[in-house]
Ligand binder design. Structure first.
Ligand code: SAM
Length: 168
C-alpha cells in the first residue's frame, strides 16, 4: 500500500521479487498500476520459472473485503504489532493476504486486519518485513521450492556462476 510514484518503483519491484523468491503466489498493489513491475516480474518468471502474479491499481478496502469473504486471513505487518514468533504457528496453512506499506498506513488497516504482526519492534522496511514473515511462515522450506518451467536453473557453486539451461 501507499506506493509513491517516482520514489518507490525500485522498492516496489523489490517487494515483489522478495515475495516471489520467498514463496508468495503474487502481489497486489493498491496505489500503483504496476505496469513496469508487472513486466519485470513476467520476465523473471519466464527465465527463472513459476507463475507469480502482479496486480495493480486496486482499491485496498475491496481487496481486503474480498479476501476475507473468500475465507482468507488478513495480516498487516507493523512494528507496533504482536510478536511474529508467538503468532506464526496459528497462521500456517491459511490463505494469507499480507499487507505492507510504503508510507504511513491508514489506521483503518490496523482494525480491518485479523492480525497486526511485528517483525521485531524496530523500524526497518517492507522488503525485510515481508521476507522474514514468509521465511518464518514456511520455516525456510521456501528456499528449496521448485519453480516450474524455468528456462534457467542455478547450479549451486562456491566459485563463480554456474547456470543450467533447461526446457529449450
Ligand atoms: N516511515 C513510515 C511509517 O512509519 O509510517 C513507513 C514505515 S516502513 C518504511 C514501511 C513498511 O515496512 C511498514 O508499513 C511495515 O509494513 C513494514 N515494517 C517496517 N518495520 C517493521 C517491523 N519492525 N515489523 C513489521 N513490519 C515492519
Amino acid at each position: 500500500m501507499g506506493h509513491r510514484p517516482g520514489r518507490d518503483r525500485r522498492i516496489s519491484t523489490h517487494v515483489a521479487l522478495a515475495a516471489r523468491a520467498f514463496g508468495a503466489d503474487g502481489i497486489i498493489f493498491s496505489d500503483y498500476r504496476a505496469k513496469k513491475t508487472k513486466k519485470s516480474l513476467e520476465k523473471v518468471n519466464r527465465t527463472w520459472g513459476g507463475s507469480f502474479f502482479v496486480r495493480g491499481g486496486e482499491d485496498w478496502r475491496g481487496v481486503i473485503t474480498d479476501w476475507r469473504s473468500s475465507g482468507g486471513v488478513v495480516v498487516h505487518l507493523s512494528m507496533y504489532g504482536l510478536s511474529v514468533g508467538e503468532e506464526i504457528t496459528k497462521l500456517r496453512g491459511d490463505n494469507i493476504l499480507i499487507i505492507v506499506g510504503a508510507e504511513k498506513v491508514p489506521s483503518e488497516v490496523y482494525e480491518l486486519a485479523d492480525l497486526n504482526i511485528a517483525i521485531g519492534n524496530q523500524p526497518h522496511s517492507e522488503i525485510s518485513a515481508m521476507a522474514i514473515f514468509l521465511d518464518r511462515l514456511f520455516e525456510g522450506e521456501e528456499l528449496d521450492k521448485d519453480f516450474s518451467e524455468a528456462k534457467r536453473k542455478i547450479v549451486p557453486s562456491n566459485s563463480g556462476k554456474e547456470v543450467e539451461e533447461v526446457n529449450d
